[in-house]
Design a protein around this ligand. Sequence first.
Ligand SMILES: [Zn+2]
Length: 419
Amino acid sequence: MSPRGWALLTLAGLGVALLVAALVLIPWQRPPAPRADQLAALRDLPTEQVERARQFRSALRPGGWTALGVGLLVALALGLTPLGSRLIELAGRPFGDHWIAQAVLGGLAVVLVADLVTLPFSAWRHSVLTRYGLATNGWGGWAVDLLKSYAVSAVIGAVALLGFYTVVRLAPRWWWAFGAAGAATLVVLLSFVLPVLVEPVFNRFTPMEPSPLRSQLMELAERDAVPVRDVLVADASRRTRAVNAYVSGFGPTRRVVVYDNLLREATPAEVTAVVAHELGHARDRDVLAGTLTGALGAAAAVVALYLIGSWPPLLRLAGVDSVAQPRAFGLLLALVTVAGLVFAPVQALMSRRVEARADAHALALTGDPAAFESMQRRLSTVNLSDPDPPRWEYLYSASHPSTVERIAAARAYARKVGR
Ligand SMILES: [Zn+2]
């Protein structure tokens, strides 16, 4: 069988593996959150708060969607016209057209151009966040964060580009197989490394100070049989007023992180509700599941890029002979961008289901639906989230159930256990 035949077979295998992983790991059946309870929850929220959140979201919307559209157009312009390949040649020229210069500098140049065209929209977003009092870092802090994230992406990107095009040179016929394995490995590696190496670039993490609340949280984790070495506090307040908590890493790098804002703003019972939700993620191994599906997805993407990228009309548009050339990186980026937009709603749906399960876990673990509900109100108030967002936007991009869904789930739970 030809490499192409093997690639088709591999892609089918990865597709089946992804489907099985999604079926097994994602809790498709969500706990009840009746619409009647949702509407009642919406009525219970202060009208002016809901109005303000909706104004804020409407203010963000035009820029957000335009940025998405412009980003897509530019990616297509770089990938489906010879613009991208010319830019890559240009980047390699001072280095005698060496393939490493084309692969790394050219690849990063293409990504940078694609990022820079959406920069005005990011700035505009920051101005809206500042106007509504959500951003606290000013333009200086915003610019520093931006440069840091460019630097982090450049380092990770350079390693990935160099690795990828080295493999292509060493195995011109079978690069897609090694590339797929490499992409999957990179996803797993980043899952371990990001919390330890990258998160500290943006925030300072300190172990939570000893307090009755801390003891309560550690006791909660113990009762939940989730080994948590520590609860870390992130100095998020230097950037935002938003409150949040998350769990990242797994195995030795697993940590529960709470924003300092959360500890300042919320009651201990509410913080407990949030941490109980995060423990749910840890207990159900959601980070591991996300990493596994991410790794399978990345491997499938490489094989799919190989197959789609060898379609002659595409190569002709991009002005390249083969998708494996560094000069064809623009084409790869365009395909990845389109795939990202197409699969966004699927990823959002899976995320919402996983989040709903963590909510159910928090309710069962704390047995305190009242605190859970007041936490949801607080999250929605402080973060200015639309408690009941437009359906299309929710379906396309919401990573979490809406505030009214989460409150409705708490109320349904309270009824079920008779609280
Ligand atoms: Zn969560």
